[in-house]
Design a binder for this molecule. Structure first.
Ligand code: HEC
Ligand code: HEC
Length: 317
């Protein structure tokens, strides 16, 4: 009996010593210099500051409980990972188009509830974003990306371009495959529209179409996971807003595909990803690792088999 008591005291003392030692061995979270102030309106910056800057900037302000090991190790890892993908303090190092894309991605992560990280928001209630905060971001991003034009000739030219493009039998032999080996699928022009999207990423309008296998799966409500062969295309046009405020589709921007095959594409979340850009249909990506970009952005809907679009008639269920 006495022996046991002694042992538990010993274990307790050792645990305390380890805990104290951990505090010394703990990571030192440094704030490297801020090279740019984020050039956005004050209200937008305030929203990002309160919810995102602790991880996605060099202006991390930790609370006392973030600094205690072992929690501090996890926090340090999160911050290092977060700064790598998005750092508002080195904003200038991004090209303007990438800045817009990052802001849109940030907005997406917020509106899907993926960011700020849940475990962080639970401990830092001030970081939770209100509906007002979210609309501040949305309005700002929309103002960046829409092309306002009173030039109807631009709209007519765009329509003409599109009609020619759809009407033409695309010379498939001229379209290069994607760097991951996926071949262009001209047939998507005959697929069924399952959704149009009013998201506003870089001022584009989008239409999402599905092939027969996917449409059948929708009818049979067999969509999580999607059956092999199910394929989606997302087509994007520039968005032109005319003087009356009406939205028109402008130039063709790109078409993207997701092709389901849980064996062939096991390494890329069960989907083959590919994108062709512009009227020349130039394949996107320098190497096959471009798919990581696609997967990262689709990750918030991984419980939906990585597919964002809910077919219209299933939405109410
Ligand atoms: C507690 C730390 C933390 C906070 C706070 C936080 N993030 Fe993150 N964020 C992360 C981590 C960790 C990653 C993942 C990096 C990776 O994939 O390696 C990440 C990834 C991202 C990505 C890139 C997604 C990807 O994988 O490409 C975006 C965009 C993003 N965060 C936006 C935000 C925005 C906007 C906020 C504020 C509303 C925010 N984050 C708040 C830690 C955080
Ligand atoms: C910035 C985030 C982001 C990136 C990066 C991204 N996507 Fe998406 N993708 C979306 C969103 C959001 C949707 C939902 C439709 C919409 O709102 O436009 C979507 C929809 C799609 C769809 C229609 C099926 C669905 O999930 O709804 C396809 C196909 C697609 N993306 C392919 C790709 C490919 C291929 C890549 C990489 C080359 C890619 N995406 C990269 C955000 C992204």
């Amino acid at each position: 009996m006495k022996m046991m008591k002694k042992n538990s005291v010993l274990i307790f003392v050792v645990a305390i010593l380890i805990f104290i030692a951990m505090q010394y061995a703990g990571p030192d979270i440094k704030n490297p210099p801020v090279t740019t102030a984020l050039p956005v309106p004050d209200d937008v910056r305030l929203v990002l500051k309160k919810a995102c800057y602790d991880c996605h900037s060099n202006e991390t302000q930790l609370l006392w409980f973030d600094k205690i090991a072992p929690a501090s190790w996890m926090v340090a890892q999160d911050i290092a990972d977060a700064r790598k993908v998005l750092n508002f303090s080195t904003w200038d190092s991004l090209a303007p188009a990438d800045q817009k894309a990052k802001l849109f991605e940030a907005f997406n992560q917020i509106s899907l509830g993926a960011m700020p990280l849940k475990q962080y928001a639970a401990l830092h209630p001030e970081a939770k974003l209100s509906a007002v905060d979210i609309s501040v971001l949305k309005n700002y991003i929309t103002s960046l990306v829409s092309v306002k034009t009173s030039d109807t000739s631009r709209i007519h030219a765009a329509n003409k371009q599109y009609n020619e493009w759809v009407g033409a039998k695309t010379k498939i032999e001229n379209v290069k495959p994607s760097p991951n080996g996926i071949e262009y699928i001209p047939d998507f022009k005959n697929w069924k529209v399952i959704s149009t999207s009013d998201r506003f990423d870089n001022g584009t309008m989008r239409v999402i179409v599905a092939n027969d296998i996917a449409v059948k799966a929708i009818k049979e409500n067999h969509i999580n996971p999607w059956p092999n062969g199910a394929t989606f295309a997302k087509i994007g046009w520039e968005e032109l807003i005319d003087s009356t405020g009406k939205v028109n589709s402008g130039e063709f921007r790109q078409v993207e595909f997701m092709i389901k095959d849980d064996k062939k594409y096991e390494k890329t979340a069960g989907w083959g990803w590919a994108r062709w850009k512009g009227m020349q249909l130039t394949p996107y990506g320098k190497t096959e690792t471009f798919t990581q970009e696609c997967i990262n952005c689709h990750k918030p809907v991984k419980d939906n088999d990585f597919v964002f679009t809910m077919p219209l008639h299933l939405k109410s269920k």
